[in-house]
Design a protein around this ligand. Structure first.
Ligand code: FUL
Length: 481
């Protein structure tokens, strides 16, 4: 009897040793819809409304519908440009602060239905949906909470009006990947002819939880953006600058859209209780809307590459605004810049030098978590150190002296964002030399460093909240020094 018990214990011990469990998640983790959003990385913002024709950035709300009259509107041209540029979706200003709707809303006369465009029969959202489907892009909507046209604005009735419009957008235009709630709120406007200033309390007026529920019910796969989430947060500036230390974590309950939180939003909260990653929204021109006198001020491909490093390279998504002109077409200059930027980007990341090379680590949790997972081309597999090993490293053996000047790192974020200190060293001249130092990683970081000729690269996770879990490492030799 005793012998049997002993054998059983031995057997159980054997079972528990052979199966090494994955690490426990640490802190807040992303939802499935957020994980899908992270993979979008780079997509287009389209600012288009009456402002395009009146040369304004913020329409007052009294614009006649007749001013909206694009001569050659072609959403397929936008979608083709986005797809050629390597973008994965388009978010459109279905309604900006002026209240003019790009779709024939049943709740206002202030829309395309009273414009001369297509004799009032047109629907920009419908055309964009078809174009996105044709080019394999996802579609998102911006619906300005502030409405300078509506007589309801500032009263409780406005909420019903706003939610009705939101429902129209979420029910009639297929799958929406992101709903964009702008933070600019309240001030002077037309308001149905009142021509006055209306102030609202950002914290309470919109009753956001109930509006958010509408999005969850009608488009469960969509993420919601605002200054403070709930799913995606503003990065705190409109210059395209992600924060070098960037937590996907935020104590969002302490915040509300339109509040004064710009400084916090860049970095997020190191120990935030919710997963709310940052999105960098920035325009390819000085303004959000098209203005003829800005045709010469389109960002250069080199400048767009800088934006890419300061957004996607810093654990954020890049939402790049490209505004159609009065024809309803993206301007040739903007398209040229976008395409040349794609070419530059491709030259940066031509051959992944790390792929398939031998990788060894100072700590390995078990055979399923081998360091060879970091460069197997599969971001669902990862290297993990043993529990409590919050300081660990791995070495990529390049086999021969190779020039390297870029590194891309990704954490397996399904288990949370853990790393808050890392270094990269290159083996050169018989010793290890540091090439970069960083803080957070998260979904992705891409770092540049002066070209080094090396036979091995060491990634040291010097500080982590729990054992590190790294899903991907790529190395490149980009043109230049
Ligand atoms: C801001 C708005 O006021 C701008 O017009 C633009 O839409 C930008 C993306 O967000 O808050």
């Amino acid at each position: 009897m005793k012998k049997n018990l002993f054998l059983l214990i031995l057997f159980l011990l054997f079972l528990s040793c052979s199966e090494v469990k994955p690490p426990e998640p640490f802190g807040a983790v992303p939802s499935e819809r957020q994980l899908a959003w992270h993979e979008m990385e780079y997509y287009m913002f389209v600012h288009f409304t009456v402002n395009t024709f009146t040369d304004k950035e913020w329409g007052y709300g009294d614009e006649k519908e007749s001013v909206f009259n694009p001569s050659e509107l072609d959403c397929r041209q936008w979608a083709k440009a986005a797809s050629d540029a390597g973008m994965k979706g388009i978010i459109i200003t279905a309604k900006h602060h002026d209240g003019f709707c790009l779709w024939p809303s049943g709740f206002t006369e202030h829309s395309v239905k009273n414009s001369p465009w297509k004799n009032g029969e047109g629907d920009v959202l419908k055309e964009l949906r078809q174009a996105c489907d044709e080019y394999g892009l996802k579609m998102g909507v911006y619906l300005s909470p502030w409405d300078r046209n509506s007589s309801f604005y500032g009263t409780p009735e406005y909420l019903t009006y706003y939610r009705n419009q939101l429902k129209e957008l979420l029910m009639n235009y297929g799958e929406i990947f992101e709903v964009w709630f702008d933070g600019a709120n309240g001030g002077d406007g037309f308001y149905g002819g009142a021509n006055e200033t209306r102030k609202i309390d950002n914290r309470t007026y919109y009753d956001w939880p109930n509006t958010h529920q509408i999005v969850r019910d009608l488009q469960p796969g969509a993420v919601m953006f605002s200054d403070a989430g709930p799913d995606v947060r503003w990065v705190g500036n409109e210059q395209g600058m992600g924060s070098p230390a960037n937590w996907c974590l935020l104590n969002k309950d302490e915040m509300y859209p339109g509040g004064d939180f710009a400084k916090i939003l860049g970095e997020g909260h190191e120990n935030g209780t919710y997963w709310v990653p940052a999105e960098v929204d920035v325009s390819i021109r000085p303004g959000w809307f098209w203005h003829e006198n800005q045709d010469s001020l389109v960002r250069t491909p080199e400048n767009l590459l800088e934006l890419y490093y300061s957004s996607v390279g810093r654990n954020s998504n890049l939402l790049l605004n490209v505004p159609p002109d009065k024809r309803g077409l993206l301007n040739e200059r903007d398209i040229q810049s976008l395409i040349a930027f794609r070419e530059l980007r491709e030259k940066e990341f031509t051959v992944d030098i790390a792929k398939g090379k031998r990788v060894t680590a100072s700590s390995v949790r078990g055979k399923d978590f081998t360091p060879m997972n970091v460069n197997d081309g599969d971001t669902e597999t990862y290297w993990s150190a043993k529990d409590n090993n919050t300081n660990a490293d791995f070495i990529i053996d390049l086999g021969e002296e190779t020039e390297v000047n870029r590194i891309l790192l990704q954490e397996y974020i399904r288990l949370g964002q853990r790393v808050h200190g890392f270094k990269v060293e290159a083996y050169t001249g018989g010793k290890w030399e540091q090439v970069i130092e960083g803080t957070t990683v998260g979904y992705k970081v891409i770092r540049r460093f002066p070209t080094v000729k090396t036979s091995a690269i060491k990634v040291i996770i010097s500080k982590s909240k729990a054992c590190p879990v790294i899903s991907n490492v790529e190395l490149f030799r980009a043109p230049g020094e």
